[in-house]
Write a protein that binds this ligand. Structure first.
Ligand code: MRU
Length: 357
């Protein structure tokens, strides 16, 4: 798949494949300002934790251009404000704040010897955003190879939401594991939970895998227990939006239910995510902020109301799976095994020592 996030540095335009329109249409949304990027993130033009991070990085590059067009001291303050607002566009995926912090870190390092001119900041932010994008796809391929070793020829793997090429710079995390297993010659089939209310599984995971010729079947979210009870699922692999220091993991609403069922039916349950999704500053799952999204996502389907007027709804976008239900966290540094606290801090320390992201 061509990258669904394309930055035209010459024109100063970020082109995003609109996830809301898939699979019916491959439509492009063009962003020229940080506000347009924030809107695209909040309305789910692009979604999925690593893809959100990459998009945010290019949003910073657009913010640098806006500041350069209004040179002077207030312009620098405006750049800082724009970066703050981009970092807060969605609350749960830690990759968003991580990407903006990395852009800020690159700027601080470059300015150690003196302030940069506005057009130098533009060039620096362009370079850093492209680097984040390229590294993300490489990390997905690497973690995919580690995860593929956990799957067996003939396995049917259940996944929830979309943690694929669309949710990253390319290749995917959970779907990267599946792609890598297929590349190893294993016959793998996939059950994609439909993932109400935004239908990331039914629309996006099914679209990606079908395009790659990987056998995929869509099931309603509430079919999971039945499918596992019939021995139709040999492993679960999901992505993550934020992994706390103790291994508790926030992912798309419904993941917790899948994990509880997997434990009951003795199906291995794995989380696949780059180390940048681990938030060492969040001690456990209770401290992870959970996004609540507009009620219309639940009350309406295809533009038609499906719930009675006036009845309130709950639309939590994520839930937290306790570390105790996770058999392994598949990262670019290998598969982390429980108990996670110590293992996670060692993996993060090694990454810092090796100068990786
Ligand atoms: O609300 P979304 O679509 O951004 O939620 C996405 C997920 O929950 C994904 O599983 C997660 O971000 C991992 S993407 C590699």
């Amino acid at each position: 798949m061509d990258s669904h996030i394309r930055f035209d540095a010459r024109e100063g335009v970020l082109h995003l494949l609109d996830h809301r329109r898939l699979p019916e249409m491959e439509a492009d949304v063009a962003c020229r300002t940080p506000d347009e990027v924030i809107d695209a993130l909040q309305t789910m033009v692009v979604r999925g934790a690593p893809a959100i991070g990459v998009t945010a990085a290019f949003g910073c590059a657009l913010a640098a251009r806006c500041a350069a067009a209004n040179a002077g001291a207030p312009a620098r303050q405006r750049l800082e404000d724009d970066l703050d607002r981009i970092a807060k566009a969605r609350p749960t995926a830690v990759n968003l704040g991580w990407a903006v912090a990395r852009m800020r870190g690159a700027l601080a390092a470059a300015e150690a010897g003196g302030a940069l001119a506005p057009d130098e900041i533009v060039a620096l932010f362009d370079r850093e955003a492209y680097a984040i994008q390229q590294e993300d796809e490489a990390l997905c391929r690497r973690l995919g190879r580690f995860g593929a070793d956990l799957l067996h020829d003939g396995d049917q793997v259940l996944t929830h939401c979309n943690a694929g090429a669309l949710a990253t710079a390319g290749y995917g995390t959970a779907l990267g594991v599946i792609r890598a297993a297929v590349e190893q010659g294993k016959r793998i089939s996939v059950i994609a939970d439909e993932t109400r209310p935004f239908l990331q599984g039914a629309r996006l995971t099914a679209w990606e895998l079908a395009r790659d010729g990987i056998p995929v079947t869509v099931a309603c979210d509430n079919a999971c227990a039945h499918l596992m009870s019939r021995g139709m699922v040999q492993a679960v692999v999901v992505g993550a939006d934020r992994i706390a220091a103790n291994g508790d993991t926030a992912n798309k609403i419904g993941t917790l239910g899948v994990a509880i069922l997997a434990e009951h039916f003795h199906v291995p349950f794995y989380v696949a995510a780059p180390l940048s999704t681990i938030d060492a500053a969040t001690p456990d799952g209770t401290a992870i902020p959970i996004e609540e999204r507009p009620a219309e996502e639940v009350t309406h389907m295809g533009g038609r109301r499906i719930t009675p007027e006036g009845v309130p709804v709950l639309n939590f976008a994520f839930d937290v799976t306790p570390a105790a239900l996770i058999g392994g966290i598949i990262t670019e540094a290998g598969v982390l095994r429980p108990p996670y606290g110590e293992v996670i801090s060692r993996a993060l320390a090694t990454r810092r020592g090796g100068g990786e992201r």
